[in-house]
Design a protein around this ligand. Structure first.
Ligand code: HEM
Length: 519
């Protein structure tokens, strides 16, 4: 009797699922017909009906894939993931026209029920739709990360870049791990006012949660992103394997972020906390009244957004310099004129106005091979819009073909070359201008000032003190984005001090900075 009832229940559940799927499939067909009738989208990459291009998107190297499509389809093209249309912008011109000039309606984010609502509890700014919750966080982040706050960050950047020089000198064979350590520690210092060790347990928990989270932002990563109706099917919750996984990841992420807040509070109570982003946030929280969990996600998201992006931009710099060293000669002329030709002293932030090539190299490092946001970080349109004969529906996801545009010879002379000279123009001091590495419009990277000064001090010191060379038997290859993992040697290079004098300078000025426990 029990068995019969059970079988009957199972049949009802399957029938319910089948009806939901059938109803949804019919709705998709109606939607498609409606969109085709009322709107006009750029050329669409063909794909099977209903699901569209979901299964055509490769699991990795999305940048080169969209680059290939861009060459085929021109300045704009359309992809379809389930019920969502994506318009891919394939030139700086159209990115500027839409994401910047029409930012008032092109500044939302795509509806990602899995990544945003389930895995992030709607608290990661990166995924928030354009609206009040986003505006509150963004305003506060901007207040604390803008260039007038540099006095708080520069001492950390100075210290960590010295530690990096010393580590590259004494253990050059693990150079890529030192870049990872620098990025972790400098961002933790800027946000939490404390340095980090490799293998820091509390931070590892943050990074491993991030590693699991990032793939959920990719198109087609979760079935409910392509078919958001499935999220609403709450009566089937226990049959949704994605929900159990997502809820568990959210719980672990929250725990990892809150742990960092607990540590911060202990340091504040012990009177050992240094001024940083979090002390500024806490001091100004009377006005905004962010909850403890919101504060934890603000800080955690900044750590996530700032760390790997900094590391991979430095990987680009080193690969580009090893492959195209011509610019180094000229940069060194500037550096030697300021710091002396015989390693008299290290370059500092105060020297930067006399080092235009270094400033240009910061922009080139962000343009040249954009690994982290290779297909942009998609924006979403909040109202119907018309542009150059096309008509886009509200809700269209609009992204820029970051990898493709960066490597397009119509956009940049000899785009394949690492050549900072291209940025020696009147916009040299506008770090986010002339490339799309920091995004565009109102969602432009909120941490770009911090990012640029991290790179500035590292590049100046690295180029002044070290020669960077390829291994002739294993040339650097950059036809694909660099590996994401910080533990993997992405390519082979030799990093050697320029001279004995430079070696001595690093020993004298940087050794103490590398003693992390004592700072
Ligand atoms: C070289 C390093 C960096 C690169 C290349 C980079 C790149 C980007 C890009 C492409 C976006 C998306 C922009 C858009 O949607 O138009 C973004 C957003 C963001 N970045 Fe960065 N970033 C870097 C460093 C940082 C740092 C150091 C921080 C913080 C300390 C940070 C915090 C953020 C945040 C919070 C967002 C989300 C903004 C929003 O959605 O409103 N980033 N970044």
């Amino acid at each position: 009797m029990v068995l019969i009832t059970l079988l009957f229940d199972v049949r009802i559940v399957f029938a319910a699922i089948a009806s939901v799927i059938a109803a949804y499939a019919s709705w998709l067909v109606v939607q498609d017909v409606r969109v085709k009738k009322k709107y006009r989208l750029p050329p669409q990459v063909p794909g099977p009906p209903l699901i569209g291009n979901i299964f055509q998107m490769p699991k990795t190297d999305h940048g080169p894939y969209l680059q290939k499509l861009g060459r085929q389809y021109g300045e704009m093209f359309t992809l379809k993931f389930g019920s969502t249309y994506w318009v891919v912008l394939n030139s700086r011109r159209v990115a500027h026209e839409l994401l910047e000039k029409r930012a008032a309606i092109y500044s939302s984010r795509q509806n990602l029920p899995m990544a945003h609502r389930i895995v992030s509890g709607e608290k990661r700014i990166l995924l928030m739709p354009y609206g009040d919750a986003w505006r509150r966080q963004r305003k506060m982040m901007h207040k604390v990360l803008n260039s007038s706050q540099q006095g708080i960050y520069k001492p950390f950047q100075d210290l960590e870049s010295k530690a990096l020089m010393y580590q590259l000198l004494v253990q050059p064979e693990t150079w890529y791990l030192w870049l990872g350590r620098f990025s972790n520690s400098v961002i933790m210092s800027v946000i939490f006012g404390r340095r980090t060790h490799p293998g820091d347990v509390n931070l590892s928990a943050v990074y491993s949660a991030q590693e699991e989270f990032v793939p959920y932002m990719m198109p087609g990563a979760s079935i409910i992103d392509a078919f958001p109706i499935l999220e609403k099917a709450s009566f089937l919750k226990s049959f949704q394997p994605w929900r159990r996984k997502g809820d568990d990841l959210y719980r672990r992420t929250k725990k990892a972020f809150l742990k960092l807040i607990e540590e911060l509070e202990s340091r504040i109570n012990a009177g050992t906390q240094r001024p940083c982003f979090m002390t500024e946030l806490i001091a100004s929280n009377d006005e905004e009244k962010f909850t403890r969990e919101e504060i934890a996600f603000i800080a955690g998201t900044l750590i996530e957004a700032g760390t790997d992006t900094t590391r991979t931009s430095m990987l680009s710099l080193i690969a580009g310099t090893a492959m195209y060293p011509e610019w180094v000669e000229r940069a060194r002329k500037e550096l030697d004129a300021v710091c002396g030709p015989n390693a008299e002293r290290l370059p500092t932030f105060e020297d930067m106005n006399k080092l235009p090539m270094i400033k240009a190299a910061v922009k080139e490092s962000v343009r040249w091979r954009p690994t982290n946001a290779q297909t942009g970080i998609p924006h979403a349109l909040t109202e119907d819009d018309e542009f150059e004969g096309y008509r886009f529906p509200a809700g269209t996801v609009v992204t820029w073909n970051n990898w493709g545009i960066s490597l397009d010879s119509n956009e940049y002379d000899e785009a394949e070359r690492f050549s900072p000279d291209r940025f020696l123009d009147e916009d040299l001091d506008k770090v986010a201008k002339g490339h799309l590495g920091f995004g565009a419009g109102r969602r432009l990277c909120v941490g770009y000032n911090v990012a640029a000064s991290n790179l500035l001090i590292v590049i100046a010191r690295l180029v002044y003190c070290f020669d960077i060379e390829q291994d002739p038997s294993e040339p650097v290859k950059v036809d694909k984005p660099l590996p994401f993992s910080a533990e993997v040697e992405p390519y082979k290079v030799f990093i050697k001090p320029r001279s004995d004098a430079h070696r001595r300078l690093i020993m004298e000025e940087c050794q103490t900075a590398a003693k992390i426990d004592e700072q």
